[in-house]
Design a protein around this ligand. Structure first.
Ligand code: SAM
Length: 321
């Protein structure tokens, strides 16, 4: 498997702590800031209690099935069994790469990330023969043309410097008739978008410590609003993109004004991490459904499965041209 893995790349990759390196640092200011933010996020998560982390992973895995149209894990397993080379593009801590490699032991699974998360992932999952971790930019993978059977790019592409170029690159490495699973953040109501946009620029001049403090404050706000346990009927305000209907006060503020994530089951530190993950990276594009589908179209991909919810658009798209 190792030789087959190495042969996928256009050049010989050096290694550092058993992680294969395509590119160590980004020369682009926003990508570099985004990489640092995720390195920081992942190292803080890694210190967290294993049990809480696993609970978050379980939640994410269930959501993954929903986002990409698999009725259950068995169905995903059946799908993966036919994919001999799988890329988990922007793998973070690598638990989904590990999941894929467990579900499909005869596949080669490659987790790529531009942050230091790959070092944690490699250390944690080092005994898996069919699993490889690579550090580099998923917009420039150095993987040979049309050599990958399935690309999973879950909650990542909007964090890359130019998501359309990244999508083109991921589609370049896909074999004909193969699929990419991809997710983008959805645009929210206008007041929320304006605040989010402000932070994309502001975050570069705010220290990481301040961003953590800010994320903790937002988490506390989310918790206090949730604790109020108030539902009310909001009018619809179309010019601001605010939808009418019955809604909990925390959800109303969250969707329309400011991300103040709070989830009792996931607990405080995962909630803080989620708020940090949102406001800290400079690269975090949001899309309307039309904008997302236009990007898919430009890359000559065809929808096999499409999903939308308030937070995102996602789906599996095949390379048919
Ligand atoms: C929200 S996390 C998602 C991680 C993982 N896919 C998951 O679902 O848990 C986004 C990840 O994308 C990575 N990322 C951002 N830009 C990247 C790029 N250009 N190349 C590779 N990874 C990138 C970040 O370092 C981060 O680990």
């Amino acid at each position: 498997m190792l030789e087959k893995f190495k042969n996928l790349f256009e050049k010989n990759l050096k290694t550092q702590s058993d992680v294969y390196i395509i590119e160590d640092k980004s020369l682009k200011e926003n990508q570099s800031q985004t990489n640092n933010i995720f390195s920081d996020k992942w190292s803080s998560l890694n210190d967290e209690g294993l049990e809480k982390q696993n609970r978050a992973f379980d939640f994410q895995k269930k959501w993954y099935l929903n986002l990409y149209g698999f009725a259950n894990e068995k169905e995903l397993q059946k799908f993966l069994a036919n994919q001999s080379i799988i890329v988990d593009a922007g793998c973070g801590l690598g638990y989904k790469s590990k999941w894929f490699s467990d579900l499909s032991p005869s596949s080669i699974v490659i987790g790529i990330d531009f942050s230091d998360s790959v070092f944690f992932a490699q250390k944690k999952y080092q005994n898996k023969e069919n699993l490889f971790f690579v550090k580099g930019d998923i917009a420039n993978t150095k993987i040979k043309n049309e050599s990958i059977d399935f690309v999973s790019c879950d909650q990542v592409i909007h964090h890359t410097e130019n998501p359309l170029s990244t999508m083109k690159e991921l589609s370049r490495i896909l074999k004909f008739n193969s699929e990419i699973a991809v997710y983008v953040y959805a645009k929210k109501a206008i007041p929320r978008e304006l605040l989010d946009e402000y932070f994309r620029k502001r975050t570069k001049s705010v220290s990481n410590d301040e961003m953590w403090e800010f994320s903790e404050q937002l988490t506390e706000l989310g918790k206090r609003l949730t604790d109020l346990n108030i539902e009310f009927e909001t009018p619809s305000i179309p010019l601001l993109g605010i939808k009418g209907g019955k809604i909990d006060i925390q959800r109303f503020i969250y969707w329309n004004f400011i991300k103040c994530f709070w989830n009792e089951k996931l607990g405080k530190s995962i909630s803080i991490n989620t708020n940090y993950d949102w406001y800290a990276p400079s690269n975090a594009e949001r899309y309307s459904k039309e904008e997302f589908l236009r990007m898919i179209n430009i890359c000559n991909l065809t929808a096999e499965y499409f999903h939308s919810e308030d937070a995102c658009y996602s789906g599996r798209f095949a390379k048919t041209l």
